[in-house]
Design a binder for this molecule. Sequence first.
Ligand code: PEP
Ligand code: MN
Length: 337
Amino acid sequence: MLIVMDSAASPEDVRRVVETVEGLGLQAHAIPGAQRTAIGITGNRGAVEPGAFENLPGVAEVIPVSASYKLVSREAKRENTLVSVGGVVVGGPEVVVVAGPCAVESEAQAMEIGHAVRKAGATLYRGGAFKPRTSPYSFQGLGEGGLKILARVRGETGLPIVTEVLDTETVELVAEYADCLQVGARNMQNFSLLKKLGKTHKPVLLKRGMSATLEELLLSAEYLLAEGNYDVILCERGVRTFSDHTRNTLDLSAVPYVQRISHLPILVDPSHGTGKRQKVIPLSRAAIAVGADGLIVEVHPHPEAALSDGPQAILPDMFADLMQQVRLLAPVVGRTA
Ligand code: PEP
Ligand code: MN
């Protein structure tokens, strides 16, 4: 259930509604919007009787929310959510581009890429210190050492850091260094991790699971919002299909679909989405054209020697070309870059 307050409702009116909800043993989530505040109710097993709220002062409307996700839905909040990642706004008119290596391999590697992507116009830096690898014998990341390197890359380039957190045990550690905590595809339904991240005050980049429906993606985001973290950025990174010409099938129709039903920003990852270097630029163009709030791409100066995801890493020169194309395309869809 969603209680929509009148645009003239006072903070006192909002507080009264919240207290009434809590008095019923339920949770109230006040979601301030530009025009009006909406109050989402969670914790109910069956339907909530609207009569308890309809006549309270300042209440404009009581809407039963049919979808299983509530707080992430546009019914709860009409305006787009803007997420600030270290001062860079995601979800606004400016298209954001997160760029960097799949994994932090050394300080020299991470720094070289940092300077190159910064020069080309990237707005955020990515790089994994804790890597989720299919094989236990593959490079697992530099761990805390990698986080320290990321902090130095931020220090030198000024780019805020997006990096993956793999498990509940390392949330505090990763949050100490990161500006945005990435939840990888393999962890999209790690509910204990989501609940813990919901209690942190760091933005979360939530990647779509490789066989997750959009409803499942949005319900995973709902875990974060329900715990109080509204700074959530979604990411389409491709799903598994029968197609074998690419690593995954990049589902670009997810973008307008998510934007219609949710207020959360959504990025597109053409690197994992295709797994092929030569496909990254064309699919990036398509992602901007379809209305994505930004891109997350993997860049490596020596992909043949990369410790993870070399075949999909674009070279720094290609990244500069990609940024040039993004700058040309963004205004076509009413955005800036
Ligand atoms: C990554 O970003 O390097 C990564 C592991 O992505 P995903 O979780 O989408 O596979
Ligand atoms: Mn990767």
